[in-house]
Design a protein around this ligand. Structure first.
Ligand code: FRU
Length: 488
């Protein structure tokens, strides 16, 4: 290992231990079964893959500044997708081509090696964010020979100055796939008319890359920049995931500052293009979800992680954990399937291993229901609903409410004080059959009707606020488990 990196790894471990000891006991919002940064700031999932049975999750990481800053890649690994081990920093911004940030990228496994492609960010003096100047975003190739634990940079394979002239300096977040023996690299891009697109390069050897053309876009109304493209097929259905910036909200949709979602379409393998055949569909309808990335594991499952957060609106700190020296986390990993032409997202069954203290009740609900065993902060709760005769309201985590308005066919997620200034998100829903709620110390993930929708949000209740109340008129079956904490 590079001696400087050795020193830096040592320093990281020391700062981490000191911070954790200092904050121990007084950091109630530290998550107990989600991947989170041990210290500092985390954003996008990066390089997700499985090698030799071990799952690897890297992420955009600013370890020494909870408000973000210079980006490294952090690294955690797991044998079961539930228990994760922190390996600290794995990629440093230490070359002329990535000096101001080892930005997002992806990985794939081939010939016993892990191949990574990521964006090297370089800021020029002055304003860094003009669309035609101010920064370089280069594409870097890196390899791991030990299954993902150490990564060596191989080469800067695309310099920003070689990007196509009809595009701005905003070209980033490579994703490589192989088709008919050729490698194709997708990159998220902003064109000179400030419209988002995905462009594609091709290569025979992963080193020499040639511009092939536009893979997808632009699409009117779908933003000025498309970040983090991910293309794949599930059961012959082609999906393109993108994180567009600059999409106007419409009705209840696209309410966050930036969106993350997908287009269903057709892959034209003669031209290597993606023809969108659906509207843009958001992957998550809560407050905190962005820049997701997928991979296929050895069982053949398409698994997605998202950043359980969003870029801040200029300078507003949206997360009170900053005072404790950390910010943001990953969502639970989700399995993606396509059923009857529709994408479903379900929590991985592996998380059942955390369940204990089971409580169940089946009843004709008529008014307000509470139960001594229906309390908690770290839990999974499944409510199955039959014969709904009125609105249904579930209050939890101090003052967060899930409210189904039967007449208007709307499901609301409403925050109170513990939502830290957030108000509500809403989905149009003709029928409500099931809510599966994962609650952690400072997060909620709500899977609606067995994976048709997901609403993810961070929440900051006071410690000890563990009431759960269900109110309505319906036949319901409640199943609740306390989830084992992995951190204490
Ligand atoms: C998405 C993103 C990516 C970029 C990275 C930088 O959140 O803006 O486009 O590579 O974050 O941290």
């Amino acid at each position: 290992m590079n001696p400087l990196h050795h020193e830096l790894k040592h320093l990281y471990e020391k700062v981490k231990q000191d911070t954790l000891i200092k904050n121990n006991e007084e950091d109630y919002w530290r998550l107990s079964y989600h991947v989170m940064p041990p210290i500092g700031w985390l954003n996008d999932p990066n390089g997700v893959m499985q090698y030799d049975g071990v799952y690897h999750l890297y992420y955009q990481y600013s370890p020494y500044n909870a408000n973000g800053g210079l980006k490294y890649w952090g690294h955690q690994s797991s044998k079961d997708l539930v228990h994760f081990k922190d390996h600290g920093i794995v990629l440093y911004p230490d070359q002329p081509y990535d000096l101001h940030g080892v930005y997002s990228g992806t990985a794939f496994v081939e010939d016993g090696k892990v191949h990574y492609f990521y964006t090297g960010n370089v800021k020029h003096l002055g304003e860094h964010d003009y669309i035609t100047s101010g920064r370089e975003q280069n594409t870097i190739y890196a390899i791991s020979h030990d299954g993902g634990f150490t990564i060596e940079k191989v080469a800067c394979v695309l310099h920003a100055s070689d990007y196509p002239k009809e595009f701005s300096q905003h070209i980033r977040d490579p994703k490589v796939f192989k088709h008919a023996g050729i490698y194709y690299m997708l990159l998220g891009a902003r064109d000179l008319n400030s419209q988002g697109q995905v462009i594609v390069y091709k290569s025979k050897d992963l080193i020499e890359w040639n511009y092939h053309g536009v893979f997808a876009g632009p699409i009117d109304g779908l933003g000025y920049m498309w970040e983090c493209p991910d293309y794949f097929e599930i059961n012959d259905t082609a999906l393109l995931i993108i994180s567009p910036q600059g999409v106007e909200s419409e009705g209840y949709a696209c309410q966050n500052i930036y969106q993350a979602g997908y287009l269903l379409g057709e892959f034209d393998d003669s031209k290597i293009t993606f023809i969108a055949e659906s509207q843009f569909i958001e992957l998550d309808r809560g407050f905190d979800f962005y820049a997701p990335q997928t991979f296929v594991d050895r069982k053949g499952r398409r698994i997605l992680w998202g950043w359980m957060g969003l870029p801040d609106e200029s300078g507003v700190i949206t997360n009170p954990t900053v005072e404790k020296g950390w910010q943001h986390a990953m969502t639970l990993p989700r399995e993606l399937t396509v059923e009857n032409g529709q994408l479903k997202q379900r929590p991985l069954p592996e998380y059942k291993m955390l369940r204990h203290d089971y409580f169940t009740d089946t009843l004709q609900l008529n008014g307000q229901y509470q139960h001594e065993q229906l309390r908690g902060d770290v839990f999974e709760l499944i409510i199955s609903i039959d014969h709904l005769e009125a609105d249904l309201e579930i209050s939890l985590r101090q003052d967060t409410v899930l409210y189904y308005d039967q007449q208007d066919e709307l499901l609301h997620l409403k925050h109170g004080k513990s939502g830290y200034g957030r108000d509500q998100r809403t989905i149009e829903l003709a029928e409500l059959h099931q809510l599966q709620i994962f609650s952690d110390r400072s997060s909620l993930e709500v899977f609606v009707n067995d994976g048709d929708y997901v609403l993810t949000t961070r929440v900051y209740p006071d410690q000890g606020q563990d009431n759960i109340t269900i109110n309505g008129s319906a036949r319901v079956t409640i199943k609740k488990w306390v989830l084992k904490s992995l951190t204490s």
